[in-house]
Design a protein around this ligand. Structure first.
Ligand code: PEP
Ligand code: MN
Length: 355
């Protein structure tokens, strides 16, 4: 926090600010410039707020300059971070595709979706065993049985697993199966959950809450970081606006903006943002073009029978196209598409230009 004094502020007025801050347990440093005097405060800004420094004689303005998030801020860590998930990098030089079913339903459905994911260019498998649903009557997921299915499919396909955890109590159990823990939009400000995943020793995918500002989102990440875990990937998944034609509104500007504010990787969820299968491909192109470090995409072998979010899942006939998009656009953006072990998407060079 910084206190700006009027140019003609007297020594007594400056001293009064310094003394008040020190009496509140903080410290104050005076910089006298040619045209103004600035007092820089060190300590708890919440304590300083209560001092009402703006009302003191000679004070022009009180400004908060230090962001409420520090560990995740780029100010203190200029190089952009690379986070590894089961050996797969997510960061500034790569494009990482995470794909899979919204929810784990059966072993067959999950394995088939994982194979589709691989053919689409994914190097990580997504799939929810614990589903945080808006309605208590909607499918809630298979729970631990779903995690066992994911572990088997990982064994079969070699794809590390990204899966959601919905409460602090189950973090250790979910972490024993998962390569990356997802905190969903509905839980972005579940602070005890954030602290628990911060202690879990697994990378975390933190989705943006649908009504969260960027500052609130980064402050949520700070909760995780403060507990000692800086392996965090941020996911823009659409925010709530007045528009009802799409499930959410993809805030594409959040991608480059957050990459400036934070050193953490930022990926995009084109499935939950648009909520429609026909928007997944164009939103994926937009994500790559905006500089996203990855995308997370829903796929399903039989979306008409999906127990969760079937409308937004890509089907078999979309797979070739999505593979082409990520294979062709990644190098154009100066990124290498991260590969799953023993597989590569089958893209025809130049195919994108025809669309
Ligand atoms: C999901 O990824 O399945 C999910 C529930 O997403 P979100 O939290 O972004 O709604
Ligand atoms: Mn979903």
């Amino acid at each position: 926090m910084v206190v700006v004094m009027v140019p003609e502020a007297t020594q007594e007025e400056v001293d009064a600010v310094v003394q008040l801050v020190r009496s509140a347990g903080g410290d104050a440093f005076v910089s006298r410039g040619v045209s103004r005097t600035i007092v820089g405060l060190v300590g708890d800004v919440n304590d300083f707020d209560a001092l009402n420094l703006g009302s003191l004689s000679g004070v022009v303005q009180v400004m908060r300059v230090s962001a409420p998030y520090k560990l995740v801020s780029r100010e203190h860590h200029p190089a952009r971070s690379v986070i590894r998930v089961g050996g797969v990098p997510i960061g500034p030089d790569t494009m990482s595709v995470i794909a899979g079913p919204c929810a784990v339903e059966t072993p067959e459905q999950t394995l088939e979706a994982a194979r589709m994911a691989k053919r689409a260019g994914a190097s990580l498998l997504r799939g929810g065993a614990f589903k945080p649903r808006t309605s208590p009557y909607s499918y809630q997921g298979l729970g631990e049985a779903g995690l066992k299915i994911l572990a088997e499919v990982r064994q079969e396909t070699g794809l590390p697993v990204v899966t959601e955890v919905i409460d602090a109590e189950s973090v250790d159990m979910v972490a024993s199966y998962a390569d990356m823990l997802q905190v969903g939009a509905r839980n972005m400000q579940n602070f005890s959950l954030l602290q628990a995943v911060g202690r879990a020793g697994r990378p975390v995918l933190l989705k943006r809450g649908f009504s969260a500002t960027i500052e609130e989102w980064l402050s949520a990440a700070e909760y995780i970081a403060q507990r000692g875990n800086l392996d965090i990937v941020l996911c823009e998944r659409g925010i709530r606006t007045f528009e009802t034609a799409t499930r959410n509104t993809l805030d594409i500007s959040a991608v480059p903006l957050v990459q400036r504010l934070s050193h953490l990787p930022v990926i995009v969820d084109p499935s939950h943002s648009g909520g429609r299968r026909d928007l997944v491909l164009p939103l994926t192109r937009a994500a790559l073009a905006a500089g996203a470090d990855g995308v997370i995409i829903d796929v399903h072998p039989e979306p008409l029978r999906a127990l969760c979010d079937g409308d937004q899942a890509l089907v078999e006939s979309d797979i070739q196209e999505i593979a082409e998009v990520v294979t062709v656009l990644s190098p154009l953006m100066g990124r290498a598409l991260t590969m799953a072990e023993s597989s590569a998407p089958s893209a025809r060079p130049g195919a994108l230009a025809a669309r």
